[in-house]
Design a protein around this ligand. Structure first.
Ligand code: AMP
Length: 297
């Protein structure tokens, strides 16, 4: 079984051509939806009483939501703007709201999950919740600039508690205080993670394990609409694939990172979650084989 824990949000996304308010977002949302194409995950999160019914139904379509708590207060909100190239995002506002004092509980049926993804979220909560699972075979986490700047020590503890860290390049540099990605990955491994995957947005990803580096280019895209959630869709696709194979062999982890890139490429094609909610498994299979042809030489 697979469990995803992390933020479920109401996002404001500002691109040069459009502003979308109150969009369903959150790291766990993207990750759970993406993972569901490989295996239906259990979702643990907190939302407020302003969380729209239509979003509750949408989440139910993709995940088991027994672990979603409805708290008194406002849902976590994120507001971000992209530059003209849709490459750089500025955070305008992060409102933790109900996430702030959330004490997550793992529903009993999720406790036996062998695959656990701690999506971008308060790192102290992430580390605490991991201890509540009895049979973890593979755990993975992500983080973001907000937590690195406000709770760096907790982020380092979280990184030491998981098997694998997925993190984007700028955040890896910020966290490790180095400018070189190989040195950054090595430092994260010294803190305890066995695998490190550095996401490089439109340039794909680098997987590090021991002295092995496995680069995986991004699926080349011409029309990018909204990059929000690409990283979380990457991670969800990865852990969903691993869980569906029930394997942590390096060859499978490499394949999983390719599925990560494929899922990220779908996420950027539409605003919000709609790049991945309207997918069929056959779309993923087709893109995976095109990708295989693309990188073969
Ligand atoms: P990504 O584009 O993959 O980095 O993920 C964007 C998603 O992360 C958005 O839907 C946000 O709601 C969520 N997010 C942004 N900041 C935070 C934060 N500090 N903690 C947890 N989730 C966040």
């Amino acid at each position: 079984m697979l469990t995803v824990f992390g933020s479920v949000a109401l996002d404001t996304i500002r691109t040069p051509t459009r502003v979308v308010k109150n969009a369903l977002g959150g790291a766990a949302t993207y990750a759970a939806i993406s993972a569901s194409f490989f295996e239906r995950p259990g979702l643990i999160a907190v939302v407020g009483n302003d969380f729209p019914k239509r979003y509750q139904s949408l989440l139910n379509r993709f995940a088991d939501t027994k672990g979603v708590v409805y708290a008194n207060g406002r849902t976590f909100r994120y507001d971000g703007s992209y530059d003209l190239t849709l490459t750089y995002r500025t955070t305008n506002r992060t409102e933790l709201n109900v996430l702030k004092n959330f004490k997550p509980i793992v529903p009993q049926e999720y406790q036996k999950s062998q695959f656990v993804y701690l999506a971008n979220n308060d790192p102290a909560q992430n580390t605490r919740i991991l201890k509540e699972f009895d049979r973890v075979k593979f755990s993975m986490c992500d983080t973001i600039e907000f937590w690195i700047s406000t709770k760096r020590n907790d982020v380092i503890k979280m990184v030491g508690a998981v098997d694998c860290v997925v993190i984007n390049d700028e955040e890896a540099k910020l966290l490790t205080k180095t400018h070189n990605l190989i040195k950054a990955a090595r430092k994260i491994m010294e803190w305890g993670a066995k695998y490190v995957i550095i996401k490089k947005a439109e340039h794909g990803s680098l997987l590090f394990y021991d002295d092995i580096v496995f680069p995986s280019p991004a699926f080349s895209m011409e029309n990018i609409v909204d990059p929000t959630g690409a990283g979380d869709s990457f991670a969800g696709g990865m852990i969903g694939y691993l869980s569906s194979k029930n394997s942590t062999k390096l060859s499978i982890i490499k394949e999983a990172s390719v599925y990560g890139n494929i899922m990220g490429s779908f996420a950027v094609e539409k605003y919000g979650v709609y790049g991945i909610t309207r997918l069929k498994k056959s779309n993923i299979r087709k893109r995976f084989s095109r990708y295989r042809k693309m990188v073969h030489f």
